[in-house]
Design a protein around this ligand. Structure first.
Ligand SMILES: Cc1cc2nc3c(=O)[nH]c(=O)nc-3n(C[C@H](O)[C@H](O)[C@H](O)COP(=O)(O)OP(=O)(O)OC[C@H]3O[C@@H](n4cnc5c(N)ncnc54)[C@H](O)[C@@H]3O)c2cc1C
Ligand code: SF4
Ligand code: SF4
Length: 786
């Protein structure tokens, strides 16, 4: 791509790394953008099944049923026999997998005019499962919806039943007729296939994700004997075969092929991290028997007629190796059919289109406008030292409105940078003013705090009200989403706990109850009459917030009650809690985590993923060290007077950068773009302190906190997608490896356990075994043997 790089303008060069970070949450599981009832950005075009994030057959079937039930409620459906013309379908369904077939059956049931178009054969994805693979009908708690049959069965039995149902219902399904294009003209969809054109009022896209094998994009990959699928492994005998890939499909292919051939297994990674435990065992056996030669850290450079060139990294130096081969199988997964989807005009979620520079310009306009507007309330209109006080306040209001309306309008047209600008504007205002009266950030200096203080209450009070309100409103939605809808008691308790802590310990106690406790002497006469204690209601946040999250625990003349409690909480209670519950403080107790789990919940799937995003976690160690150093300097400054200046500077710096920017402005600004856990994962010093403790306990095998997996994982990625701290839970599940704080920064929210459609994951029962579903033993090809 060097040519492309050269063409990038300066603006694009600045924008690209930002886009890369903002896009890092989508990982391998990019999905189309969907609205209510699974409708895409194109009105009348619905997306269901695997492509819409339904990870198992039962959910795909349910979506097929539900989308038709929704369409049936729309006006003029069904059209009726003599309606808009013989060839106009009420609905055209693309893809005859679990979702598409159930949609077709339901459309027929509802008397709609419909057709199902299938590129290959009915249930192609399932037909391509290995022979005799047992297909699970999870989740057990939900009955299948619609007319398609589903129960646990080997794939041959399942597809036979489906064929029978298709025949019995005379389903109008046309196989070997893939859709190549869709166009919408005058409200009617025109659907193109190699065999002709169809017209429909609505489209249901159910093409799954598996039909688009990923390519290496190397020279010679299009040769006849280089394949991207393996159908009949037994047909190859006494040949040299290269298998490329490190996932289960590649390993299963390599092991089976190695029974009759010499196999080279090339993988670009340093270990096979995402494979089933059983596959790992079989692979090790084949390697020990010299039937497979593994080539780790290797990259194919070219497929020539009879030999492939490979670059192998041997600990720093590269070796170029030529490998003779008769056949090569590139089995490196499947891509979302992005090009196909884009060609239909569909929008993907988390797409970063728009202009960063324009957003910066409009934000500045809004801020400059506010600076001028503030003149009327005691502010000083200026911009980078330029005095703007000659302008009247109303001009400021107009400029502010122009900037904001501009950003919102561009945002509504799909510019995500504009929404980023709006989000930044809102949270910068909230925190830039909360920083304190007279200390407000530009453009609120000397007027913002007063302007936002109502009814004799300071802005910091209203901020707490806003925070608690947001948490409550979105918390109730989250309880419904994860707890009530799924009948998951763990999640119901978790959210009840989070909301209770917020309401009682982070709102009622510091804002009201502490004062009552002093006034009515609930804390005893002695404490109540001690002005050092009585005048510092804000310290009651420290009842639950431990140092260094509550950074001021030991500063500013604390009463000795708070010092004793602070030491006890941070160095005794928290470590004992961590021993039993890992970092659950972050997902059950803490208000910062609480806002992320409630207000930030809808964006949890956007958490940055991958190794680089995990490496960024070093930042909270830096904040912890900084907090510890500043605390130490403050505590010894009375002994070493020379440290007074350093102590003051340290506290000021920490206050502005950690307590305002890192905990306040930046994370919440980024909620809709990087998920809710930016502060907790990357900057919170208490999270790091707990992590260090939990890591040590896990390493010493005394930690009681862990997540374990049984053998039912189907690699659907739902757990990894929904982990707010970007852990690739699926890679643990596939290998049935224990997930704890020795190898991950898990905070024990349990969403991965809740979301798993196969009941694969559970919190360990202390001996490393899953406590949920019974374990079925399977052989290499996924057949149940016990
Ligand atoms: C290895 C593996 C094991 C699994 N095991 C289980 C299990 O045990 N239990 C379980 O419930 N789920 C399992 N799953 C998941 C399950 O396969 C999917 O959830 C399910 O197949 C999704 O159904 P779908 O209809 O959305 O998509 P698909 O089943 O993928 O169907 C999509 C259909 O669309 C067709 N198509 C694609 N493009 C076009 C086009 N342009 N025009 C027309 N047609 C097109 C395809 O040929 C295909 O037939 C497993 C998945 C894998 C990969
Ligand atoms: S691994 Fe699971 S329990 Fe841990 S943080 Fe991620 S989603 Fe929550
Ligand atoms: S463990 Fe994760 S990848 Fe495996 S089935 Fe459950 S949600 Fe899907």
């Amino acid at each position: 791509m060097p040519d492309k790089e050269k063409k990038l303008s300066l603006g694009e060069k600045i924008k690209q790394p930002i886009v890369d970070i903002l896009h890092s949450g989508s990982g391998q599981n990019e999905r189309p953008f969907l609205k209510k009832n699974n409708e895409s950005n194109i009105p009348g075009l619905y997306i269901i099944g695997d492509l819409a994030g339904a990870p198992v057959i039962k959910y795909a079937m349910a979506q097929g049923y539900e989308v038709i039930e929704h369409i049936a409620t729309l006006p003029n459906v069904p059209t009726g026999r003599d309606g808009d013309g013989a060839d106009l379908n009420d609905v055209l369904i693309i893809g005859a997998g679990a979702a598409g077939l159930n949609a077709g059956l339901q459309a027929k049931e509802r008397g709609m005019r419909y057709v199902v178009l299938e590129k290959e054969q009915v249930a192609n994805t399932i037909e391509n499962f290995p022979e005799g693979k047992y297909v699970y009908a999870e989740p057990d708690t939900q009955p299948p919806k619609g007319k398609l049959w589903l129960d646990g069965a080997v794939k041959e039995d399942l597809t036979k039943r489906w064929q029978q149902i298709i025949q019995d219902n005379k389903l109008n399904v046309r196989t070997a007729e893939g859709v190549t294009g869709v166009e919408k003209k005058d409200g009617i969809f025109h659907v193109k296939t190699p065999k002709g054109e169809y017209r429909a009022k609505r489209i249901v896209l159910a093409t799954g994700q598996r039909g688009n094998p990923r390519k290496l994009k190397v020279k010679g990959e299009d040769r006849e004997h280089v394949y991207h699928r393996l159908y009949s492994p037994r047909k190859y005998k006494n040949e040299n075969i290269i298998v490329i890939g490190g996932g289960n499909s590649a390993i299963e292919a390599a092991v089976t092929l190695s029974e009759q051939n010499k196999v080279y297994l090339s993988y670009r990674g340093g270990e096979f991290a995402r494979i089933f435990k059983d596959n790992e065992r079989k692979l090790n056996g084949a390697i020990a028997a010299k039937r497979i030669e593994p080539l780790l850290n290797s990259n194919i450079m070219e497929f020539a007629e009879h030999e492939a060139t490979m670059k192998i990294n041997r600990g720093g130096s590269d070796e170029i190796r030529k490998i003779p081969y008769d056949h090569a199988f590139v089995l490196v997964g499947a891509d979302v059919p992005r090009d196909f989807l884009k060609s239909l005009g569909l929008k993907m979620e988390n797409e970063w289109e728009g202009s960063l520079l324009r957003t910066i310009g409009l934000s500045l306009l809004a801020f400059i406008g506010l600076s001028i507007f503030g003149l009327g309330f005691g502010g000083h209109a200026s911009f980078f030292g330029i005095d703007l006080s000659f302008m009247p306040s109303w001009v400021g209001a107009l400029l502010w409105a122009a900037g904001m309306i501009g950003m919102i309008r561009f945002g509504m047209k799909g510019d995500r940078f504009a929404w980023l600008g709006v989000s930044f504007f809102v949270w910068y205002t909230i925190y830039g003013v909360k920083v304190g009266k007279g200390e407000e950030f530009w453009p609120y200096k000397d007027w913002g705090y007063k302007f936002l203080s109502f009814f004799d209450r300071p802005w910091s009070f209203w901020y707490t009200v806003l925070y608690t309100t947001l948490m409550t409103l979105f918390g109730l939605q989250a309880v419904k989403r994860w707890g009530l809808d799924r009948k998951d008691k763990f999640q119901i308790w978790r959210y009840v706990c989070l909301l209770s802590f917020q309401w009682i310990m982070f709102f009622l106690v510091p804002e009201f109850l502490f004062q009552y406790a002093v006034k009515f002497q609930w804390v005893g006469e002695k404490l109540a009459s001690d002005s050092v204690f009585a005048d510092q209601a804000w310290r009651s946040y420290g009842l639950v917030y431990a140092w260094p999250l509550f950074f001021y625990t030991f500063f500013y003349n604390p009463h000795q009650v708070w010092v004793v409690w602070g030491v006890l909480l941070t160095f005794v209670i928290i470590p004992i809690f961590v021993l039993f519950h890992g970092k659950r403080y972050c997902s059950w107790i803490c208000g910062c985590g609480g806002l992320a789990e409630t207000f930030g919940d809808r964006w949890r799937h956007l958490a940055p993923k991958g190794k680089t995003s995990i490496r960024w976690e070093w930042m909270n160690l830096a904040v912890l060290i900084f907090a510890a150093v500043v605390t130490a300097v403050v505590l010894i400054k009375d002994i070493y007077g020379v440290l007074y200046g350093a102590a003051d500077m340290g506290v000021t710096l920490y206050r502005i950068y950690a307590d305002v920017w890192l905990v306040g402005i930046l994370p919440v600004t980024l909620y809709p773009f990087l998920g809710g856990k930016v502060w907790c994962r990357y900057w919170c010093p208490l999270a790091k302190l707990m992590h260090l403790q939990s890591h040590l306990f896990a390493k010493r095998k005394v930690s009681k906190f862990k997540i374990v997996a049984n053998d039912k994982c189907i690699g659907c990625y739902e757990c990894s997608r929904n982990c707010q701290v970007g852990i690739d839970v699926m890679s643990y599940a596939l290998k049935q490896q224990v997930l704890d704080n020795e190898t991950s920064s898990c905070i024990g929210c349990g969403i991965c356990v809740t979301v798993c459609p196969m009941d694969t994951l559970s919190f360990g029962n202390g001996n490393g075994h899953a406590v949920s579903a019974p374990v079925k033993l399977m052989n290499l090809r996924g057949q149940v043997v016990a």
